[in-house]
Write a protein that binds this ligand. Structure first.
Ligand code: ZN
Length: 156
């Protein structure tokens, strides 16, 4: 995504945790503790991956994107579909995204990445093009709901 910045990668922490798990320093129950909320978020808003769960190897991992920021108001802390993020990035100045991987079989979960999104990162020209592109893709993708197109075409 164009406005992605201040990326923090947690793969080292994840690798260390998995190493401790395989060495028996920590138990499976300590790391496979996804809450029902997180598993629901994975089911309804998650992004499927081709990566096998590193713990049980039964299921592929799902990525859940949580969004945080003052501008989000009551939406702060909610999980969003990956396809919704570019639209939010063009309408909000700045918000934080936390990416959590979840296994829906064994409940393994780990924060893998965090970053900032938002139009504060764009120049004026990019902003114009970006908004047009985001609106076009949003109206295409949300055709089934019909709700978002009204909001965008209002010209407010
Ligand atoms: Zn698993």
């Amino acid at each position: 995504m164009r406005t992605q910045r201040q990326i923090v990668d947690y793969s080292l922490q994840k690798r260390a945790l998995l190493r401790d798990l395989h060495n028996g320093k920590i138990g499976t129950l300590e790391v496979c503790d996804a809450s029902p909320y997180l598993k629901n978020a994975a089911r309804f808003h998650g992004e499927p991956t081709e990566d096998r769960c590193p713990v049980c190897r039964r299921d592929n991992l799902t990525l859940v994107h949580y969004i945080y920021g003052d501008e989000l108001k009551q939406s702060a802390g909610q999980a969003r579909k990956l396809t919704e993020l570019p639209v939010l990035a063009m309408t909000l100045r700045e918000f934080q995204v936390f990416v959590v991987e979840v296994c829906q079989s064994c409940s393994w979960n780990h924060l893998i990445e965090q970053f900032l999104l938002g139009r504060d990162a764009l120049t004026a020209d990019e902003l114009d093009q970006g908004v047009a592109a985001a609106v076009a893709s949003a109206s295409g993708r949300h055709r089934e709901t019909g709700s978002s197109s009204h909001r965008w075409e209002g010209g407010e």
